[in-house]
Design a protein around this ligand. Structure first.
Ligand SMILES: Cc1ncc(COP(=O)(O)O)c(C=O)c1O
Length: 398
């Protein structure tokens, strides 16, 4: 099979040219100009480390928060720069205090690492995990909303809600869920790992207690960049995973939240310092900036899943309006055995080795089956989904 065409923008990335890269969703991919910016900051740091940490980094990190805050429509003072969404979620869970019997809502489509963090803290405090079963396939976002809201009791204190679910790629009706849970006095930890750069986020208006999002996924910032947003009224309760100087540093004209999160020990800030250039540079790639990027990626994901569904004879597991820039599809064929979560599906290896396609293939329990998840980013071309569909049709004997 002839290799598919690349998009006109693919030359901006250093992605392996022989690879049909359809998995932006897992770790993102940074364009060349972002990598150049990252190396620039590494050089500045190593040129004079003391000057960097004492004089340069504080302003550069503030600049990163200001750039993010403009995009997120929130106060930069409410943002902490963390390494990834897993640490964002852990920061909140490990800071909050729970009582025995408190209930924490977690949809069954939650990311396993975050579910593990919930299990860890609930066991320690004697609190209870309440699983919200989201139907899949589903015909309307209301089904996801109802699955969460129907589990609220007077013991519910917290809910872990995704913007977009990882295994099933569903855009949750998170705005409605956040609004209605917070109105009932239930704190929402919004897991927006697939968030900034993928969907519009207006954090002040949203009103979630806590939000975390990776910047290395859909913002295409360097790896190890993410933010945690904490609503002002809750900041005094939240401490970083690493307690450092900020806990006792004289307050001056700032907040304890700022002091604690701005210094958690010596670490490499170069990724975070590169965030403003990632935001501006990506926006400059497409006329219309970020709204146009989100629309283009969304349209391509829809096109990609239509191509696959038609070629493989699959029905769409959710409506188009629950799709963002990733889409999960069940593969036809016998799936009764299933592959355990941590094992690689042999089909993944076949697609990679034989066709050069990088795409996640996994087992999902409800309904049990074998699933793939496509991603769409500016470097992808519609031809790549046709190529994937042909490869799957061949391998699955369709
Ligand atoms: C919904 C969700 N939450 C959390 C994460 C964790 O992200 P990270 O590994 O960057 O912490 C992911 C990663 O894909 C995710 O999809």
């Amino acid at each position: 099979m002839a290799k598919p065409q690349k998009s006109d923008l693919a030359h901006n990335w250093t992605l392996d040219e022989s690879c049909v890269f359809l998995n932006h969703g897992s770790f993102g991919a940074s364009p060349k100009f972002v990598m150049k910016e990252l190396r620039k900051w590494q050089d500045i740091l190593e040129n004079e480390p003391v000057r960097f940490y004492e004089k340069i980094a504080p302003d550069a990190m503030l600049n990163a928060r200001i750039s993010l805050a403009k995009m997120l429509v929130c106060d930069p003072e409410d943002l902490a720069l963390v390494e990834n969404a897993t640490s964002g979620v852990n920061t909140i869970l490990r800071s909050l205090e729970f009582s025995a019997g408190d209930e924490i809502l977690v949809p069954d489509h939650a990311y396993q690492a975050c579910q593990n963090a919930i299990d860890y803290v609930t066991t320690r405090w004697g609190a209870k995990v309440v699983t919200c079963r989201i139907p899949f396939p589903l015909e309307h976002a209301d089904a996801a909303y109802d699955a969460v809201m129907s589990q609220v009791t007077d013991k519910t204190v917290l809910a872990l809600i995704d913007t977009v679910t990882s295994p099933t790629g569903l855009l949750m009706p998170f705005e409605r869920i956040v609004h209605d849970l917070e109105a009932k006095g239930v704190h929402v930890m919004l897991d927006a790992a697939h968030g900034v750069g993928m969907i519009p986020l207006h954090l002040d208006q949203l009103g979630a207690s806590f939000t975390t999002s990776n910047c290395h996924k859909w913002l295409c910032a360097p790896k190890g960049t993410a933010f945690l947003h904490v609503r002002k009224d809750l900041q005094a309760k939240i401490h970083p995973l690493t307690i450092s100087h900020g806990m006792t540093f004289p307050l001056g004209d700032t907040t304890r939240f700022r002091h604690e999160f701005d210094w958690t020990g010596t670490r490499d800030f170069s990724g975070h310092c590169s965030i403003p250039v990632a935001i501006e540079g990506m926006a400059a790639m497409v006329e219309g900036g970020w709204p146009a990027i989100m629309k283009q990626n969304h349209d391509l994901a829809i096109q990609g899943r239509n191509i696959l569904c038609e070629r493989l004879g699959i029905s769409q597991p959710c409506p188009d309006d629950m799709i963002t820039c990733i889409a999960t599809l069940p593969l036809p064929g016998d799936s009764s055995g299933g592959i355990p979560l941590h094992d690689s599906d042999p089909l993944h290896e076949v697609l990679l080795e034989k066709y050069g396609i990088q795409i996640p293939v996994w087992t999902w329990e409800s309904p049990k089956g074998r699933y793939i998840r496509i991603s769409a980013q500016l470097y992808n071309h519609v031809d790549e989904y046709h190529y994937l569909a042909d490869a799957l049709a061949t391998e699955l004997n369709l």
